[in-house]
Ligand binder design. Structure first.
Ligand code: FAD
Length: 434
């Protein structure tokens, strides 16, 4: 028996040695493996850092290039009105036409910021003074030979069918033809996409509000960057689908453009998946359903109710106000938040009287009106308006007595004794020549 035990002990000792040896080799291999993994992840992190640094550098180079271009382009800018010939007029859909405008002097055109607009001075028959109207540029900002605007003919309000249709837009729709000459001010406006940034953006357009958005999307694709764009466009159906082919081409050729067209009342020939992507309106629920998060910069343009519902929805969704930019084509239903006036300021403002001398109306100022133009319109006093941003000068009204406070600095100082009603409010009792 004893020799057997001895043999087994010798064998066990050998096994133990082998096991220990294997364990040591295993531990060594594990350490080597861990070192390899650590090295690889360090390498990956370094590569990511390099990539981020390179992207930052590329962005800085692009921003510097853009600044150089802007300085160069500044020389092409013009003051006052310049003559443009209508090179092409094309019908886009019901009531909407695109106008391709070439400078009559044949010289190059400056690039503009995507989202800016042109100001037109129109000599309409039967009017004692020219009508000033603004239209957003709807194509890429890098064409030096022509500009394009897209104009929807404004019909009489549904509840006042006896009123004439919009004067300026009807003139474009019915009178302006190829070869005509128009007076145009250089591109301007504070609602534009910052092309020095690379962050993803959400463009939201309702109806003819598509024009500045289309320009922004065109600018991104023309820049060659892969900046991500979620593009929402709401209309009733194909009859209102402005620049349909161009939008479809843009989305088909650029995988960074995610187009979502929503028809609220599709026509019988409109096909889901071919003509539009969603049935219903563009609203906050749609955005929540499609966007991976709320962490985007948002640009909106559409009618008042559309923008109000979306800006309210974005605020409730926790989107910071500074990430939401919007433009109204008429009186702004969405107001930028300003510091709330103190109780004594409110009490003082609420006592002010505004007299519209020509209309024979004296009314108590309502601070909630925001500016004198909107206040006048709410009182049934018609004051001409254009850009609603203190730039085009069409809402200029003479002050017979009193003074005004400007809510933002005018782009150009108004004439002595007059005020730009779209961006000011009374400072005390006020008498306007309106
Ligand atoms: C920055 C900016 C960019 C813009 N970009 C575009 C764009 O790209 N495309 C576009 O199509 N539009 C755009 N607009 C809107 C455009 O400037 C005009 O406001 C629009 O074309 C209507 O002008 P209008 O002269 O045709 O209408 P208006 O003559 O000003 O009439 C407006 C409305 O009032 C009604 N009306 C007529 N008479 C009366 C009366 N006595 N009392 C009450 N109501 C009356 C009309 O029926 C009409 O519905 C933009 C506006 C701004 C401020």
């Amino acid at each position: 028996m004893q020799p057997l035990f001895d043999k087994l002990r010798i064998l066990a000792r050998g096994e133990l040695g082998l096991t220990l040896g294997l364990l040591i080799v295993g531990a060594l291999l594990l350490q080597i493996l861990l070192a390899i993994i650590r090295g690889a992840s360090r390498l990956r992190a370094e590569r990511a850092q390099h990539r981020a640094a390179l992207e930052k550098l590329q962005l800085q180079v692009q921003a510097a290039k853009l600044r150089c271009q802007e300085a160069e382009q500044g020389k092409l800018h013009w003051n006052g009105y310049r003559k443009f010939a209508v090179a092409r007029k094309s019908r886009e859909c019901d009531d909407v036409w695109a106008f391709y405008l070439k400078p009559h002097d044949g010289k190059s055109l400056p690039a503009f910021k995507p989202g800016q607009y042109l100001t037109f001075q129109l000599d309409l028959p039967g009017r004692d003074k020219p009508l000033v109207r603004c239209y957003s540029l709807s194509e890429s900002p890098h064409r030096s030979d022509y500009y394009r605007v897209t104009i929807k003919q404004e019909k009489a309000p549904p509840d006042r069918p006896e009123l004439p249709p919009g004067a300026g837009s009807s003139y474009f729709a019915e009178v302006v033809k190829e070869g005509d000459i128009l007076n145009v001010k250089a591109p301007t406006g504070h609602f534009y996409l910052d092309m020095t940034k690379s962050n993803p953006v959400v463009l939201i357009a309702g109806g003819v509000g598509i024009t500045p958005m289309l320009c922004m999307a065109n600018a991104i694709t023309a820049s060659g960057t892969k900046r991500e764009v979620f593009f929402f466009f709401g209309v009733r159906n194909q009859r209102e689908h402005i620049h349909k082919l161009e939008l479809e081409k843009l989305a088909a050729e650029n995988d960074n453009i995610h187009l979502h067209v929503c028809y609220s009342k599709p026509g019988t020939n409109d096909i889901l998946g071919r003509d539009y992507h969603h049935e219903g309106r563009v609203g906050i629920e749609r955005l929540k359903e499609i966007l991976p998060s709320n962490n985007f910069e948002y640009y909106l343009c559409g009618n008042g109710a559309f923008m109000k519902s979306i800006t309210d929805g974005l605020e409730a969704w926790g989107v910071p106000e500074k990430e939401v930019h919007f433009e109204a084509f008429g009186p702004a239903t969405v107001k930028k938040k300003t510091a709330a006036p103190t109780a004594s300021e409110t009490a003082f403002l609420a006592k002010l009287q505004v007299t519209f001398a020509r209309s024979g109306k004296t009314v108590r100022w309502e601070p909630s009106a925001g500016n004198l133009l909107e206040f006048a319109q709410a009182q049934g006093v018609r004051i001409d308006s254009g850009c609603c941003a203190g730039s085009c000068g069409s809402c200029l009204v003479a002050i017979k007595s009193g003074a005004v406070d400007y809510l933002k600095a005018p782009d150009a100082e108004p004439e002595q004794g007059a005020c730009l009603t779209c961006i000011c409010r009374p400072k005390g009792d006020l008498v306007l020549d309106a």
